[in-house]
Design a protein around this ligand. Structure first.
Ligand SMILES: C[S@@+](CC[C@H](N)C(=O)[O-])C[C@H]1O[C@@H](n2cnc3c(N)ncnc32)[C@H](O)[C@@H]1O
Length: 262
């Protein structure tokens, strides 16, 4: 493999949910540097002999970059492994900028983000026809300030499916902002803790009970919080929200529909 840095999405946890490409790069890399506790170590069981597997958790950005730069300058390939998909809250831009300043190329290999793994575990579709056709990926404002035009209260006013990363400790504030934005206490929320891991937990609740139900389930981190009417199974089942795509009266490029009365 070329001596460069491959930024790889490890997927949400289940080691079978990495891409074939990502796994092949890990297995043949000289150095593997992985990001945190949500990257499954099983992914490193088949690395080639002599490769080094390092955890980046104890390193600061400069140390991490130095390790990668030294490896590439020695002609080694580096797999930099991030949880989920690296392009969502992966903190990769600062690594790519520093590597690029040193003349080192990076390639991103996508992964299954926890938002999609959580929706799959909860058995929901995030975009239900006529109910919601938009998904917002965001987070509650904590130590990282939100840009002015992306305040949760403004995003929540769209009342579409809203997936909250990194927000498990800020739930009271989240609920307050959703209610202020016009959501009702009885609106549905699904929380998935450690989606696809053996100790995954799924909590189906409402905005009004969200804080209490997460507390009772002991969920304070590593959780995807999806606020959405699409998570209301009763509403979705009884509402008959169905895509036009498979409607027998709907004509499209690959199928001619029959008349509604025919
Ligand atoms: C630093 S962000 C990384 C997100 C990651 N790049 C992704 O695409 O899923 C970490 C946050 O992602 C969410 N997360 C990551 N993996 C998860 C999982 N397996 N189950 C639930 N949430 C997860 C949690 O909200 C967690 O606080």
């Amino acid at each position: 493999m070329n001596p460069k840095v491959y930024i790889i999405g490890a997927g949400p946890g289940d080691p079978d949910l990495i891409t074939v490409k990502g796994k092949q790069i890990i297995d043949s890399a000289d150095l593997i540097l992985y990001a945190d506790s949500l990257v499954n170590k099983k992914l490193f069981e088949e690395v080639k002999e002599g490769s080094r597997v390092l955890k980046s958790a104890g390193m600061d950005l400069d140390e991490m970059v130095e390790v990668m730069v030294n490896a590439v300058r020695n002609g080694e390939s580096v797999a930099r492994v991030h949880t989920g998909d690296p392009t969502v809250y992966g903190a990769i831009v600062e690594q790519m900028n520093r590597l690029s300043e040193k003349g080192i190329d990076t390639v991103i290999v996508p992964g299954v983000s926890s938002v999609f793994a959580a929706a799959a575990s909860a058995n929901i579709e995030l975009t239900v026809p006529e109910l919601t056709q938009t998904v917002i990926l965001t987070r509650a404002e904590g130590r990282t300030p939100m840009p002015d035009k992306e305040k949760l209260i403004d995003l929540a006013s769209h009342q579409c499916s809203i997936a909250l990363f990194l927000s498990a400790t800020l739930i009271k504030k989240v609920v307050r902002e959703f209610i202020e934005a016009g959501w009702r206490e009885e609106d549905s929320v699904v929380v998935v803790y450690k989606a696809t891991w053996p100790d995954e937990k799924i909590v189906r609740t409402t905005l009004g009970s969200l804080h209490e139900d997460m507390r009772s389930a002991g969920i304070t981190k590593q959780a995807m919080v999806i606020v959405s009417r699409a998570a209301d199974r009763k509403l979705v089942r009884e509402g008959k929200f169905e895509s036009k795509l498979y409607d027998k009266t709907f004509t499209h490029g690959y199928r001619k529909g029959v008349k509604a009365d025919g």
